[in-house]
Write a protein that binds this ligand. Structure first.
Ligand SMILES: Cc1cc2nc3c(=O)[nH]c(=O)nc-3n(C[C@H](O)[C@H](O)[C@H](O)COP(=O)(O)OP(=O)(O)OC[C@H]3O[C@@H](n4cnc5c(N)ncnc54)[C@H](O)[C@@H]3O)c2cc1C
Length: 259
């Protein structure tokens, strides 16, 4: 995403939708005229280097950015919702998850964006979605936008079975929830009934899981590269800034493999 103009927004509501997901509703005059976006579009939340939200953007001060999918945007109310995984491991978390845990009405934050990523392949016989909770807002919006006769499978890894949510989707798309401890996402996806015809695959999850799924789609299932969107949304043990570097190196190495 190239230097999008920052917008200062205010928290209107913050509430837990499932045990590990916090919904934040953002609003403010700066959201008036916010562009229309497609499923998978995202914003960046800006934090200072102490992990505090930026409330007065200053282009000369370094910031840490954290990426979140636009869950919904209501142009009439100039309101946006984002769903944030509230991860904490051994008492340690990141600036975005920490902010999600404490955000309350009236709190301010600077966002940048929107940015968009490659979408679902245009032509397909069936759809295959796979993701963890960080990809759930995107998968939800893609499922909602599918034609009613679409068929396929969505495999979604969740922290706890209570993190499963109701999804609006075509009747011939089945959902497989995979609670933590039951299976990894990369193992669960191998157990689906592979359908007839060409799939459009959309995958977003943790880095090492993404690499396993990418190999399986390419080598075992021989899905053409153009039919696949696959991305890591975070990496275990690495902050988003560190993950961004790993991701760039991985994408370059993979591009050489398939060249
Ligand atoms: C295009 C895109 C869209 C995204 N959309 C969403 C979204 O809608 N909702 C959402 O929740 N996330 C989303 N993410 C993922 C989110 O940006 C990362 O999880 C981010 O690293 C969280 O920032 P943080 O400040 O909480 O943690 P960081 O400071 O980045 O990391 C601190 C530590 O927490 C760990 N960590 C980070 N994320 C998680 C996690 N999800 N689970 C467990 N441990 C974690 C890291 O490995 C690291 O050890 C998206 C990412 C991308 C690239």
């Amino acid at each position: 995403m190239s230097k999008p103009a920052p917008r200062v927004v205010e928290v209107v509501e913050s509430f837990r939708i499932t045990p590990n997901m916090q919904r934040i509703v953002l609003s403010g005059p700066s959201l008036e005229g916010f562009p229309e976006t497609c499923p998978g579009a995202y914003i960046k939340l800006l934090f200072d280097l102490n992990g505090d939200p930026v409330v007065k953007p200053n282009k000369d001060k370094p910031v840490a950015m954290r990426t979140y999918t636009i869950n919904s945007f209501d142009a009439q109310k100039a309101q946006m919702t984002i769903d944030m995984v509230v991860h904490v491991k051994e008492g340690v978390t990141g600036p975005a998850a920490a902010w999600a845990l404490s955000a309350k009405e009236g709190d301010k934050l600077t966002i940048a964006g929107p940015g968009s990523s490659k979408s679902l392949a245009e032509n397909y016989d069936w759809v295959l979605f796979a993701g963890d909770m960080t990809a759930l807002p995107s998968i939800r919006n893609y499922l909602k936008a599918l034609p009613s006769d679409a068929r396929g499978v969505a495999v979604i890894a969740i922290e706890h079975e209570a993190d499963a949510i109701s999804l609006e989707k075509p009747s011939k798309v089945s959902i497989h929830w995979v609670p933590k401890g039951e299976s990894s996402l990369s193992d669960a996806i191998k157990r689906i009934d592979w359908q007839q015809g060409t799939p459009a695959a959309w995958v977003a999850c943790e880095f090492s899981q993404m690499r396993k799924i990418r190999s399986w789609l390419k080598d075992d299932k021989q899905v053409p590269h153009g039919q696949v969107y696959i991305s890591s949304y975070w990496r275990e043990g690495r902050s988003e800034d560190q993950h961004k570097i790993d991701k760039r190196q991985d994408v370059e190495a993979f591009a050489q493999q398939i060249a």
